[in-house]
Design a protein around this ligand. Structure first.
Ligand code: GLY
Length: 378
């Protein structure tokens, strides 16, 4: 543990989150929680993009004491989740660009911690499927499969994609085949150019022409509107570009991560948890997003190790995590399975507003792990 940063509150917060996770595992088992409803996590489909966060949380806690009896049970559950996730890899309609979120936190975590060759094989398969989504003319990774009446998704990319790129960087490192990294860099360059605005704000969804690859328009997506600043999207950008810099050493990604981080921190001000969209109009500002705070905090702690202005990002990341622990955590309450309260899934569609969300919990624990001197799983 890094004693220069770690304080007693970090240890208490980590232990509280780890105990709650071990307790939750007895009921949740090898299902796929997404949001906590009246204190109890629901169970979602393994195809959904959030399916990696539960095994990821288990692997984070497992890594802390891998020899313990509790860890053996967490490992068994994570392995069972992973086998279910492999079924999705057999159906092209069951996978989208979120293969990185899913496989870095399941099979690849198992490979890294336990040397699992099955985890490595599945991770490489997932990387190949993600690479196959690359749009050669537009130089972006296609996000979704479905189309809707408002959007032709054949040419759609979204900011969340930045968190999936470490799967491709990892695949190049593993295989010695540089193509995966080149695709990831080409996508990151397109996102930096087309999603990150001059003031450092970020749009969620960009639609490109599926034939020419030219940018057509922005969509508000999970944000309020085109031109708004969805808080979680800003957090994905700051964290994702920091990871691209860590894997590639390319300074342009660090610069982009810092722009997103500076925008996030300027909009957050003295608060701990942002409103779901920094530019939401007054009548829509009663929904917060603790998941954005946790994703940003973990990303800021990543930037702390990479940036010449690392001390500023370290202090900001630590302040947010401490605030989440002191003001937003469910504490020792037996009546709540979620670790942090007040996340928002999709405000425009009225889904999951001011509730605990599994990825909020994951990134909260990942940030605490970083404060204890450990690494994240991305
Ligand atoms: N669309 C992924 C997210 O809700 O962040």
């Amino acid at each position: 543990m890094n004693t220069s940063v770690s304080a007693s509150w970090v240890e208490k917060a980590w232990q509280q989150g780890a105990s709650r996770t071990i307790q939750n595992a007895k009921r949740i088992k090898d299902t796929f929680p997404h949001t906590s409803v009246q204190g109890m996590y629901d169970s979602n489909d393994p195809e959904w993009w959030t399916a990696g966060f539960w095994p990821g949380l288990l692997w984070l806690v497992h890594r802390d004491a891998p020899e313990s009896e509790a860890a053996a049970e967490l490992r068994r559950i994570a392995d069972s989740c992973e086998r279910q996730l492999e079924d999705c890899l057999r159906d092209p309609d069951s996978v989208d660009h979120d293969l990185g979120f899913i496989w870095l936190l399941s099979g690849i975590a198992s490979y890294r911690q336990m040397g699992s060759e099955e985890g490595r094989r599945r991770g490489m398969l997932a990387a190949n499927l993600l690479a196959a989504r690359f749009h050669v003319r537009g130089e972006f990774i296609r996000a979704w499969n479905f189309s809707s009446s408002t959007m032709d998704t054949r040419g759609v990319a979204i900011i969340d994609s930045m968190m999936n790129l470490p799967l491709l960087y990892w695949a190049s490192e593993q295989s010695g085949d540089p193509r995966f990294r080149w695709l990831a860099e080409a996508h990151a360059d397109t996102v930096a150019r087309e999603f990150v605005r001059a003031d450092g704000s970020i749009c969620h969804v960009v639609e490109f022409d599926p034939y020419t690859g030219q940018k057509l328009r922005e969509h508000g997506g999970q944000g309020h509107a085109p031109g708004s600043a969805w808080a979680r999207g800003t957090a994905w950008a700051l964290h994702g570009f920091a990871l691209s810099f860590r894997y590639t050493g390319e300074a342009r990604y660090l610069e982009t991560a810092e722009r997103a981080a500076d925008f996030f921190l300027a909009m957050l001000g003295e608060d701990i948890v942002p409103v779901w969209d920094f530019r939401a109009p007054t009548e829509h500002r009663a929904a917060w997003d603790s998941s954005a705070a946790a994703i940003a905090a973990s990303g800021l702690l990543e930037l702390a190790k990479l940036s010449p202005r690392g001390q500023i990002y370290a202090a900001a990341g630590e302040r947010i995590v401490r605030g989440l622990y002191e003001h937003f955590s469910a504490g020792k309450s037996a009546a709540e399975e979620g670790l942090i309260m007040k996340g928002t899934v999709h405000y425009p569609e009225g889904r999951g507003i001011n509730v605990p969300i599994i990825y909020g919990d994951y990134f909260y624990m990942e940030a605490l792990a970083k404060l204890r001197g450990s690494e994240g799983l991305f």
